[in-house]
Design a protein around this ligand. Sequence first.
Ligand code: C5P
Length: 306
Amino acid sequence: MIDISPDLTVTAPAKVNLHLAVKDRRNDGFHTLESLFIAVNFGDTLNFRLTKDKNTVKICMEGLKLTVKKKDNIIFKAINLFREKTGFDTGLIVNAEKRVPAGGGLGGGSSDAAATLLALNKIAGFPLTKESLLETGAVLGSDVPFFLHQSPAAWVTGRGECIKPLKAPQMYLALVNPGFPSDTARAFHLLDKYREQRAEYKEQKTGQEIFDCLCSSASWFDGNLFSKFFNDFLDVFDESEKKTYDKIISDLYELGAVYANLSGAGSTCFGVFKEREAVQKAADVLRECWGVVVDCRVQSTKIKEP
Ligand code: C5P
């Protein structure tokens, strides 16, 4: 294959759910969510090169070892969907430097899919409008629309497709992955079972209150905003998994986190810190016990256009 263009490199940031409420199960099997998403300055890097061969795709995955087949690779699925929608048929070589652990609740695959759609739309001369990019992204995964918005923070509802961008204050995060993945569909299934078995279960209706505070607070660190956050998945896992998450979360608090919880449907936990020095110190200690520990910060501005 012959290279016919300068290449395009894009970043695919990870996300953290600072708050995640799972509401009712809908008729289509998906659940309605209310969640505060933030994008962080840690993620994968994707490089796209064009070749003269029509409709070919070569994907090289580097970094973290992934055992995904090409046809199941979300980057491949995003490319095929983009080709279907636009007729774009130029051959592609994609190099993906994977850093975000798969099944980690950090949106690694969804962010790769969003970055792929944004990159191809640029390469092809913007054939898709923002609306049709969002529609296309939602087909690939519930978290993809958040990443397509390229906003540092957003209040996310519906299945994941209703996005209200928010300004994020500066904050530092320690991400701690216990070394095992969590399957999202299984976690939602465990949550349904957990609720079915508890007649006394009552949904917490604090979403509007949290959203209003997010919009009106000058700093999310003022008042008691963080005390309103929770993650509905935290209680639903079996004892050993739950014990691991509880241990990481209590370690994070002991090391000075203002707030700590599980991200998404697991398996990564996070701690929020006000100061960079504090997060770096905490991460150094946590690295002695846990497989993957990352210190990062919230994206402070709109994520760079590809
Ligand atoms: O859309 P995504 O691929 O992330 O979804 C994976 C699985 O998680 C879905 O098949 C569904 O079982 C569950 N899910 C859900 N409600 C959502 C998002 C995901 O039930 N809002």
